[in-house]
Design a protein around this ligand. Structure first.
Ligand code: ATP
Length: 298
């Protein structure tokens, strides 16, 4: 994974505030409304990495808002942040729902409220991060719970130029396959599976159906061809997902007037190694840290 670079050992902050002070409760918000940070962005843009960067710089914990990653299983196919990259930051709603159970927006709203209450009771800031914008919308614009009257939120969106993102998510699918995605999905394969329920809705599961059904009856060359077709379809569907997610964010911004701060990570994807990390810090993590500090402490 491109971003798996010693994220947990960061001592540098772009702000002149020592990280120890940021992590302490010294600056704990004392306003009436509790504060929540919400990270948006298309798949592959780096929301998980940014959530960890912020949670290691502020007294914060993370709530997942990806309706597929909420399920247990398919860690590679659904691109869950691995344990070793979580830097010990508690994650809520990540891999906790049975794979066969459908997790609806109302379930997300209920569980997110519980998670926020738990995080806030320990004087930590909830950072909600994930790609399911309709679930975020259900949470924030829900009329029963009156989210806006109880919480003040800071929306932050990680943007990446579409051609750059298309290339990245395509490469990411190849990496997922190298990491064992086919075997992982095979374990969930069931000839009578319903691809409209639970974790089987995930991109990567329906696309492998034809391959996994035919696999035992094909020779090596035929298998390879069918496998490649499935991989190409996964890439196309991931790119489509990214576009849909961006459109939804645009709608939230334009039609719903959500004030969403944007950080552009495109440059990061054009660089490699240390240079990519420095660019991330300069263009994404640093500016986001400033936005969140302003939100929490001013
Ligand atoms: P809507 O419910 O209207 O589709 P949404 O923003 O809540 O909007 P998304 O989170 O964009 O929905 O997910 C839509 C579909 O994209 C999912 O049903 C699934 O097929 C796929 N998807 C989303 N996240 C993942 C993921 N982490 N891994 C694999 N597939 C995913």
């Amino acid at each position: 994974m491109i971003f798996a670079v010693s994220m947990c050992n960061r001592t540098m902050s772009l702000l002149d505030i020592p990280s120890g002070v940021l992590k302490s409760n010294f600056f704990r918000p004392r306003r009436e409304k509790d504060k929540v940070v919400i990270l948006l962005g298309a798949t592959g843009t780096g929301k998980s990495r940014l959530s960890i960067d912020l949670a290691t710089r502020f007294p914060a914990e993370i709530i997942n808002s990806d309706k597929i990653q909420v399920h247990a299983g398919l860690d590679i196919a659904t691109n869950k942040i691995p344990e070793e990259e979580r830097c010990g930051i508690p994650h809520y709603l990540l891999g906790v729902i049975h794979p066969n159970v459908d997790f609806r927006a109302t379930d997300f709203v209920d569980m997110a409220y519980d998670a926020m209450a738990s995080i806030l009771s320990r004087s930590q800031v909830p950072i909600i991060a994930g790609g399911s914008n309709s679930y975020i919308e259900a949470l924030v614009d829900d009329e029963d719970f009156m989210f806006r009257s109880r919480y003040e939120c800071c929306f932050l969106c990680v943007d990446v130029a579409m051609p750059v993102l298309d290339r990245y998510v395509s490469d990411r699918v190849d990496k997922m396959v190298e990491m064992g995605m086919v075997d992982e999905v095979r374990k969930f394969f069931d000839a009578n599976a319903n691809y409209t329920v639970g974790i089987r809705k995930a991109i990567g599961v329906p696309e492998f159906d034809r391959y996994l059904r035919a696999e035992p009856f094909l020779n090596k060359r035929e298998r390879q061809e069918l496998l490649q077709e499935a991989i190409q379809e996964i890439k196309r569907n991931t790119c489509k997902l990214a576009r849909r997610q961006l459109e939804k964010i645009q709608r939230l911004r334009n039609k719903k007037n959500w004030k969403i701060h944007t950080v552009d990570a495109s440059e990061v994807f054009l660089r490699r190694g240390k240079e990519a990390d420095e660019t991330w810090e300069k263009l994404v993590a640093g500016p986001s840290t400033e936005i969140v500090a302003e939100f929490l402490y001013n």
